[in-house]
Design a protein around this ligand. Structure first.
Ligand code: UT7
Length: 322
C-alpha cells in the first residue's frame, strides 16, 4: 500500500509582532480579556506590501532544508489559503516558480480547515500515483481582511505560513506504517453565515472583511473537532493512548483544551502555539507542527493527530505517523 510519508517541515512568520495591548489603543478591549477568553498573547502581522506568497516561499524553503531536498525534487504543490496574493493565478504557482519545482501547483480553499483538506488531497494524489513528492502549504495574510473596529474578531487573527513535504513510499497497510494513516473531512453549508467574509469577486467586487458569530462557532468546534478526531483514530485502528502528539488548529486555547478533554488526551500531548501566533487559519497547523519539530517534540515513529474547523463550516482531522 502506498503511503504519504512526512519528510520535512518549515515555517515563516512576519517580523512584526503585535501584543494584545496594541488593540487597547483603539478598541474597548484589554490584554486580560483576550488572554483569558482566547489564550492569545501576541500575533505576527505582515508588513505593508508583504503578500501571502512572500511568507509561503520562505516556509517552503525551510521545509526543503529540513528534508534535505531542493525545489526540483518536488512534483506537486497544494497550497491552502483564503487570502491569496491575487484572484488568480494561484499563490501555489508563485511558490512553484520561486523554488523551481516541477509538475503542477494549485490552491485550495477551506479556510481554517484548509491545511487538513490540502493534506488529504496531497495524500490522494500520492496514492493515485499522480505525484510522488508533494509540498503541502498553509499560508495566510488574515490581517488584510480584518475589521479593525470589530473587537470580537480583529484581536483573534495573525499572519504566517507553514509547509510540510510528503513523499510516496510503500507501506504494509498496518497502523504501524509511517505516513498518513487516515483523514476525515466534512463541511456543512447550512452554517455559511456563522463565519464569512462580506466581499468577493462575483458578489461585491471587493475584498470584504471577516464576520463571525464566535459563540456559535465555538460550540460547533468542540463537538465537531472531537468527533472528527475520534473518526480519524477509528479509521486508522488506533486509540487515543497511542497518539503521541496532537497538533490542533490554533483558534482558541479554550477550544483546544475542551477538545483534548473530550478525546481523553492530556494537555502535555497537545501542541499549543496560539499564545504566540493567534489564529492563522490554514497556516496554523503546519506552523505549530514546525515549531514543535524545531523544539524536538516530534520524533520518528510519533503518531500525530491534526484537527481543524473554520468557515463553511468546513472541518476535519488527519492522523499521520512521522
Ligand atoms: O478558526 C475559525 C474558527 N473560529 C473559532 O474557533 C473561534 C470560536 N469562537 C471563539 O473563540 C470565542 O467565541 C471568542 C473568542 C470569539 C469569543 O469568546 P466568548 O467567550 O465566546 O465571548 P462572547 O462572544 O460570549 O462574548 C462575551 C462578552 C460580550 O460582551 P457582553 O455581550 O457579555 O456584554 C462581548 O461583547 O465579551 C465581549 N467581547 C469582548 N470584550 C473585550 C467580545 N470581544 C471582546 C474583546 N474585548 N475583544
Amino acid at each position: 500500500m502506498r503511503r504519504s510519508i512526512p519528510v520535512g517541515c518549515g515555517h515563516y512568520l512576519p517580523e512584526r509582532v503585535v501584543p494584545n495591548t496594541y488593540f487597547e489603543r483603539f478598541l474597548d478591549t484589554s490584554d486580560e480579556w483576550i488572554r483569558a477568553r482566547t489564550g492569545i498573547e501576541r500575533r505576527h502581522f505582515a508588513a505593508e506590501g508583504q503578500k501571502t506568497s512572500d511568507m509561503a516561499i520562505p516556509a517552503a524553503e525551510a521545509a526543503l532544508r529540513d528534508a534535505g531536498l531542493t525545489g526540483a525534487d518536488i512534483d506537486a504543490i497544494v497550497l491552502a489559503t483564503a487570502t491569496p496574493d491575487q484572484t488568480f493565478p494561484s499563490t501555489a504557482t508563485r511558490v512553484q516558480h520561486a523554488i523551481g519545482a516541477r509538475g503542477f501547483a494549485f490552491d485550495m480553499q477551506a479556510v481554517c480547515a484548509g491545511f487538513i483538506y490540502a493534506l488529504a488531497n496531497a495524500d490522494a494524489l500520492i496514492r493515485a500515483g499522480s505525484a510522488n513528492r508533494v509540498m503541502v502549504i498553509g499560508a495566510e495574510t488574515f490581517s488584510r481582511i480584518l475589521d479593525w473596529e470589530d473587537r470580537t474578531t480583529c484581536v483573534l487573527f495573525g499572519d504566517g505560513a507553514g509547509a510540510l513535504i510528503l513523499e510516496g513510499r510503500d507501506g504494509t497497510g498496518e497502523a504501524s506504517d509511517a505516513g498518513i494513516l487516515s483523514t476525515d473531512l466534512h463541511s456543512d453549508g447550512r452554517f455559511n453565515d456563522l463565519l464569512y467574509v462580506d466581499g468577493g469577486v462575483s458578489g461585491t467586487g471587493t475584498v470584504g472583511v471577516l464576520k463571525m458569530q464566535g459563540r456559535e462557532v465555538f460550540k460547533h468546534a468542540v463537538t465537531k473537532l472531537s468527533a472528527a478526531g475520534h473518526a480519524a483514530m477509528e479509521r486508522a485502528g488506533v486509540t487515543s493512548d497511542e497518539v503521541s502528539l496532537v497538533v490542533p488548529h490554533q483558534a482558541n486555547l479554550r477550544i483546544i483544551s475542551a477538545v483534548a478533554a473530550k478525546m481523553n488526551l492530556p494537555m502535555e500531548r497537545i501542541v499549543v502555539t496560539v499564545q504566540d501566533h493567534g489564529n492563522t487559519s490554514a497556516a496554523s497547523i503546519p506552523l505549530a507542527m514546525s515549531v514543535a519539530r524545531a523544539e524536538g517534540r516530534i520524533k520518528a515513529d510519533d503518531l500525530i493527530l491534526m484537527e481543524a474547523i473554520g468557515g463553511g463550516l468546513a472541518w476535519g482531522a488527519a492522523l499521520m505517523r512521522w
